[in-house]
Every structure is written in structure tokens, then in C-alpha cells.
Design a protein around this ligand. Structure first.
Ligand SMILES: [Zn+2]
Length: 500
């Protein structure tokens, strides 16, 4: 019968477990000295070995020929527990047996001595799922435990275990298993399974497993069955991951909304989930942040040249809000009707976290576009936008100066300027109130996302091709004319892309 890797490679003795030496050492010492607790609480995220260690412990306490605390796995007790023929060791899934009746039945049983083993061992998985009544019933047993009973509670959510229960257990915190530890184990399993896999592929799988051995082995299994040799690119293909370089490239050009939104569409069309696509962006940014904090960009697993360029474009104070934004959008994806729109909004927001002020680029910083409520948003030390060189600029009266602005749509440069714009810049311009002051173009919009587009470096240079004085906002707080909403705009863009 085919056995999944995780079951096949489940360690039978403590010394073969991975990543929890502190726990194994303590348990072995207790087994050797005979000073066992009557209840243990194993906490930690999934796939870290809680149930595996619990099962080994159940055999170790009952083994007739233990060696240094380890179970022999061959004596009648060990064999009986392994094949389930000894009823004294029970594994209870609290998720499906959460009620008070289940625990009461268990309590009634505990008063009798074990049938054929030394200890009755109850392994309660997902213990946090027990009902309040069940916990109360369990507490009564834990307060006066029969000497032949051993409880092992395992949980991923420690905070849901009542203090009264936790305080009567000896607690062991299982840590996430590190990427190198998982990687080494995967290499060992591959060699014994006679599967060819390159190191980069195993490192990637270890990375994706997020500290869970079980996940790592499931992922490996998925990739092994997909092809003969496991390579990094085959792993990426099987798991629907983009190459890191692709994602880095995407992050480099994120402010170019036309490129960025089209790239999203391409990935989506290829069958990837939106949450997975956004998650991969966040993952690369997180690795980049770690690289910056450690002063070692190699942790990004990107070629150093690309990592350095990316790091320059994405300094720490840009990454942190970006990751928060991505996390928030991923959370929203399950709640909104239009998931695609949510993902696009996420990208537009990311693009509007202006990189120009961070990256020390020699290019002139774009002039700020005035926001609708400037009082709250503009930092105190920020200067109001310079009134462009103009014959009336000496006038102290704002209305007079404003009156001198010409409607941009009457200007001869307007039509060719509009024609030169990309599919995402044009709606932003059309939705803004546009005026011309000599050689300077003035655009006002109170939509922060359109503002983001107008502030992009690409757009600023597009303006200068027609209006050498560049782009400015205006200190006039009067609202921009009602244009299409951002949602309308994005829906149109979306339709446009889909129909391509
Ligand atoms: Zn044994």
C-alpha cells in the first residue's frame, strides 16, 4: 500500500525527530530517571512534531525493553501500540470529540488499570477545541490523576487552553523547524527514496513549508510525482510560483501601472490565485527586509545585482507599509465581491507609496499634487507648491492669480499631450481639473489614487515633453470636478485587459 511521505518518514524514536532537541533531551532524562509528569501540554504550530513526539512517548513509557529512554518498537507493548491492538493508548481528536460526554467516558475509563500496558496514555490532539464542560471534566481528572494514567495534550492555540488545565501540565513549546533543518531532512529522504533533487529546489520547498515538516514533505511529494528530477524551476511550476527574478522585476516596475496591472492580469490568466500572487510579492519584500536588517542581501535568494537594485528601490520604510497593505488586501480578497479589483487597488496603492523620495535618485522629485484636505496631510515643513513663473505671480490675491490660469483644454498642447498618455494615466488626467499657467500644467484631483498616478516619475516626464514648466498642483482647495470614480476607472481598465 502506498504511504504518504509524512507517514512513511514519521520518526519512531526520539533521536530521529527534527528540530526539537530541547524537548527530546528533557523527555529522555525523565524516562531514564522515571520522573514523568502525569500530564504534558505540547504547544506549537502545525507540523512541528507534537503528535509524533506524543506517540513516541506513549510507547517509551510502556516499552518492555527501553534503551536509554527510547522505545524499542519491537516488544509486545511497542508492537501492540504501533498496530493499534493495545487499547490502553488512545489518540483523541478533540476537534471531533469536543463534548463533555467524550471526556466523561474517558474519565470513567481511567479509574481502571490498563489492560495490557503499564500506562493508559491519552493523546488529545487539537486540545483547544474541547468545550468548557469537557475542560471541566478533564480538570477533575488532572487534579487527582490515577498513577497509571498519562495525558498528552497537543495544541496549536495555547491561549485557548484554560489556565487551570495548563498549570497542571508540564508544558513543552515546539518551535518552528528552521529552513536548513528541513532542507537537510528533505535531502536525506530524497536520497533514500532515490529521488533526484537539486539543493535550490529543496531550499525552496523548506522555505515554503514555513516551519512545518509535514507541509515540507507534502510539498516534496507533490513535486516528485510531477517529474523525475526535482529542480527549483519544476518546484516553482508545480506549486504555481513565479521565479524570484520575475517578482523582483515586477517590484522594480510597480509604479508603472500599465505594466504592473497587465502583469497581474497575465499571472491571473495563467491560473494563479490572486492571494497567492500578492503573497509572493509580500514574501519577496519580506526577504528583502530581512536582508536589509541583517546586512546580507543573499538571504533574498536573488542574484546580488538584482537584490541590490531592488533594495535601493525598496528601502525599509517603503517595505513595511507595503507588506501591511498586501496583507490587508489578501484578507479582503475573501470578503469582497470583485477580487480582481481588490488586487488591482492593492497594486495602485503600493505604487503610490512614492519611492522617489527614498531612493536618492538623481531625477528631480515630482512636484506634489495638492490633496483635497491639505491641512491634515501636508507636513509642516512642506512648502506649498511653487506658483509657476507667471506675470501675475506677484499678486497676493489668490483669485486674481487663479483667474489668469487658462483652461488646459483650450491649449493647443492639450490634445497631443493626452494622445501621448498611457491607458492608466489618461483617466487620471481626465478626472482632474486641468489648467495651464504659462508652460506649467496644473492638475487637481481629490482622489488619492489618481494623485498617486499623477505623482509618478514617468508621468512627470510625460508632462514636461509638452509643458516644459512641468506639473504642479494648486493651493486652491476647491474640489476637483466630479469625474468618474476610481472604481469605474478600474472596471473599465479591467474589461479592457480581459477583452484583449
Ligand atoms: Zn518496546
Amino acid at each position: 500500500m502506498y504511504q504518504v511521505l509524512y507517514r512513511k518518514w514519521r520518526p519512531g524514536v526520539f533521536r530521529d525527530t527534527v528540530g526539537q532537541p530541547h524537548i527530546v533531551k528533557t523527555l529522555l532524562a525523565q524516562l531514564q530517571s522515571g520522573r514523568l509528569a502525569h500530564a504534558y501540554l505540547f504547544t506549537g504550530s502545525r507540523g512541528t512534531g507534537k503528535t509524533t513526539v506524543a506517540k513516541i512517548l506513549a510507547r517509551a513509557v510502556n516499552c518492555e525493553r527501553p534503551v536509554g529512554g527510547e522505545p524499542c518498537n519491537e516488544c509486545p507493548a511497542c508492537a501492540g501500540i504501533l498496530d493499534g491492538s493495545i487499547p490502553d493508548v488512545a489518540e483523541i481528536d478533540a476537534a471531533s470529540h469536543s463534548g463533555v460526554d467524550n471526556i466523561r467516558a474517558l474519565r470513567e475509563e481511567t479509574v481502571y488499570p490498563p489492560v495490557s500496558a503499564k500506562y493508559r496514555v491519552y493523546i488529545i490532539d487539537e486540545a483547544h477545541m474541547l468545550s468548557a464542560g469537557a475542560f471541566n471534566a478533564l480538570l477533575k481528572t488532572l487534579e487527582e490523576p490515577p498513577p497509571h494514567v498519562l495525558f498528552i495534550l497537543a495544541t496549536t492555540e495555547t491561549h485557548k487552553i484554560p489556565v487551570t488545565i495548563a498549570s497542571r501540565c508540564q508544558r513543552f513549546a515546539f518551535r518552528r523547524i528552521s529552513v536548513p533543518e528541513i532542507s537537510v531532512l528533505l535531502a536525506k529522504i530524497c536520497s533514500q527514496e532515490q529521488t533526484k533533487a537539486d539543493q535550490a529546489a529543496l531550499d525552496l520547498l523548506a522555505h515554503m513549508a514555513d516551519g512545518s515538516l509535514r507541509d515540507a514533505l507534502s510539498l516534496l511529494e507533490q513535486c516528485v510525482s510531477a517529474g523525475s528530477v526535482v529542480t527549483e524551476s519544476s518546484v516553482r511550476e508545480t506549486l504555481g510560483l513565479n521565479s524570484l527574478e520575475d517578482i523582483a522585476q515586477w517590484l522594480m516596475g510597480l509604479e508603472d501601472l500599465s505594466f504592473s496591472l497587465n502583469h497581474l492580469q497575465t499571472l491571473y490568466s495563467s491560473g494563479l490565485e490572486l492571494s497567492s500572487i500578492l503573497g509572493q510579492l509580500a514574501s519577496v519584500l519580506r526577504d528583502l527586509l530581512m536582508g536589509q536588517l541583517k546586512g546580507d542581501l543573499l538571504v533574498t535568494r536573488l542574484p546580488l545585482e538584482i537584490a541590490s537594485a531592488l533594495s535601493e528601490k525598496w528601502p525599509r520604510d517603503r517595505i513595511v507599509p507595503a507588506i501591511s497593505q498586501i496583507q490587508e488586501s489578501i484578507g479582503q480578497l475573501s470578503r469582497v465581491a470583485d477580487k480582481h479589483l481588490e488586487a488591482e487597488l492593492c497594486l495602485i496603492r503600493l505604487a503610490s507609496f512614492s519611492p522617489a523620495q527614498h531612493n536618492g535618485s538623481p531625477a528631480p522629485a515630482p512636484q506634489p499634487i495638492q490633496r483635497a484636505e491639505p491641512a491634515k496631510r501636508v507636513p509642516e515643513n512642506a512648502k506649498p507648491p511653487e506658483p509657476a513663473k507667471h506675470k501675475d505671480s506677484s499678486s497676493p490675491s489668490k483669485p486674481a492669480r487663479l483667474g489668469a490660469h487658462a483652461d488646459a483644454k483650450q491649449d493647443g498642447r492639450w490634445a497631443p499631450f493626452l494622445a501621448s498618455l498611457g491607458p492608466f494615466e489618461k483617466p487620471a488626467v481626465m478626472a482632474s481639473k486641468a489648467e495651464v499657467d504659462g508652460d506649467t500644467l496644473i492638475l487637481r484631483t481629490d482622489d488619492p489614487y489618481f494623485q498617486g498616478i499623477l505623482q509618478s516619475a514617468e508621468f512627470q516626464s510625460a508632462v514636461k515633453a509638452f509643458f516644459p514648466g512641468g506639473l504642479t498642483g494648486d493651493s486652491d482647495p476647491s474640489p476637483a470636478p466630479a469625474g468618474r470614480s476610481l472604481d469605474d476607472f478600474l472596471r473599465e481598465q479591467n474589461d479592457l485587459i480581459v477583452s484583449e
